[in-house]
Design a protein around this ligand. Structure first.
Ligand SMILES: Cc1cc2nc3c(=O)[nH]c(=O)nc-3n(C[C@H](O)[C@H](O)[C@H](O)COP(=O)(O)OP(=O)(O)OC[C@H]3O[C@@H](n4cnc5c(N)ncnc54)[C@H](O)[C@@H]3O)c2cc1C
Length: 370
């Protein structure tokens, strides 16, 4: 069996690795450089709390794999299970937090709920307005710049072919299989995975299965380095979008942050930008979570092009129209945590035709029905 993967982001690179580990011949085709698109821009949050509940089995599978990345990839991708805390500042947010904790527990995610005094004792840097918090001890973060190249290198060591600077122009059926047309020639395949991120809907449309997708750039920034004091990833429970900021302090001391308004991105050329007004709107919200941030210099901002579907769920599974083609794209700003799990699931699905991890809610057929 020969599998061709279109798109060398986290989803494509992880799938290449897990296919190669199964002994399957695989070519990973990236039009630019592996990992340079949404994956590289990511905040790096490995967060399960607040996630769409039916996605938890996939998120758990992925979280287990994050814990094995050093052994699997033979590289430190800076995965750290520092825990993930979310503060609540009003009663509505507390109600949402408690409801999520109650519903997530039977699905295998146990959150520690902390009252005002407890959260302040545990996180003395927290803003004075925080009245409660939920803590997910096994979650954390990893370095977004390292993960996709690490998966691709590990796949290559297992025999995968990595083709960079190689835009795919078409996926077509040939007599007894498929062929992937690129700017650098034709690649024959028995199966093809469309892992082209925000651009994945273009390939799907050419196969006769359009997916309404919009590209946006989450707004990110990083501060000057400070002494390392804050261990967990920090976020908020809030019904107000503008309040929805998050941050983490990396081991080198800088505070990486994001959240709030996203900016639309034109898929051609797909360069996402930060509007400085969004950064200025983020800063008071960050200071609400941790007042000390108000006195810190921002040294850089960036964004990345991510695909968002109408229901905020990704597209995963087999094509409806093209036998042998599979999709894994449109991860709506929450694909970093899922990445290793998506790679493992897609490799399993392509190799065996099935997976025990529920992915039916992400089938491409839901758009045809709409
Ligand atoms: C700024 C930002 C912050 C984020 N923060 C988080 C977070 O903290 N936690 C979280 O869980 N998720 C986060 N996400 C989401 C997460 O990063 C993405 O969901 C995930 O990285 C998507 O991976 P991907 O492989 O699908 O896409 P990408 O990384 O975009 O990879 C797709 C690749 O396909 C290639 N490609 C496209 N068309 C073609 C073609 N025709 N031929 C060949 N190659 C092609 C592209 O060049 C690209 O490299 C964030 C996203 C952004 C943008």
């Amino acid at each position: 069996m020969r599998v061709v993967i279109v798109g060398g982001g986290l989803m494509g690179a992880a799938t290449a690795f897990f296919l190669a580990r199964r002994g399957i011949g695989v070519t990973l085709i990236e039009r630019d450089r592996v990992g340079q698109a949404a994956t590289n821009a990511s905040f790096g949050n490995i967060r399960r709390q607040g996630r769409h509940l039916p996605q938890l089995p996939l998120a758990h599978r992925s979280r287990a794999l994050w814990g094995e990345t050093l052994a699997l990839l033979d590289e430190d991708v800076e995965f750290r299970a520092t825990g993930h805390v979310r503060f609540a500042f009003d009663e509505g947010a507390v109600a949402d937090m408690e409801a999520f904790a109650r519903d997530a527990a039977p699905l295998g995610l146990t959150l520690e709920i902390l009252g005002r005094n407890e959260l302040r004792a545990r996180f003395p840097w927290a803003g004075p307005g925080a009245i409660a918090a939920s803590f997910s001890p096994e979650d954390g973060s990893a370095n977004p710049r390292l993960i996709a190249p690490a998966f691709a290198r590990a796949a290559a060591r297992l025999g995968a072919e990595i083709a960079e600077d190689c835009p795919v122009t078409a996926i077509e059926s040939s007599g007894n299989g498929l062929r992937v047309e690129t700017a650098r020639g034709t690649f024959p395949a028995d199966a093809v995975l469309n892992a082209a991120g925000a651009w994945g809907a273009r390939l799907a449309e050419r196969l006769g299965e359009p997916v309404p997708i919009e590209a946006y750039g989450p707004q990110m920034g990083v501060t000057e380095p400070l002494p390392h004091r804050i261990l967990p990833v920090v976020g908020i429970w809030s019904r107000v979008k503008a309040e929805g900021v998050y941050f983490r302090q990396v081991e080198r001391g800088n505070i990486v942050f994001g959240g709030g308004k996203r900016e639309p991105v034109a898929l051609d050329p797909g360069h996402a930008k930060v509007d400085p007004a969004n950064t200025l709107a983020q800063l008071p919200q960050l200071a609400r979570l941790c007042p000390a941030i108000a006195r810190v210099q921002v040294i850089r901002t960036w964004s990345g092009c991510e695909g968002y579907t109408g229901d905020m769920l990704p597209v995963m599974g087999p094509s409806r129209t093209a036998p042998g083609v599979f999709h894994a794209f449109g991860f709506c700003g929450h694909g970093f945590q899922l990445g290793p799990g998506v790679g493992d699931v897609m490799a399993e699905l392509i190799a065996t035709g099935e997976t025990p991890t529920p992915i039916a809610p992400y089938c491409i057929a839901r758009f045809a029905a709409a």
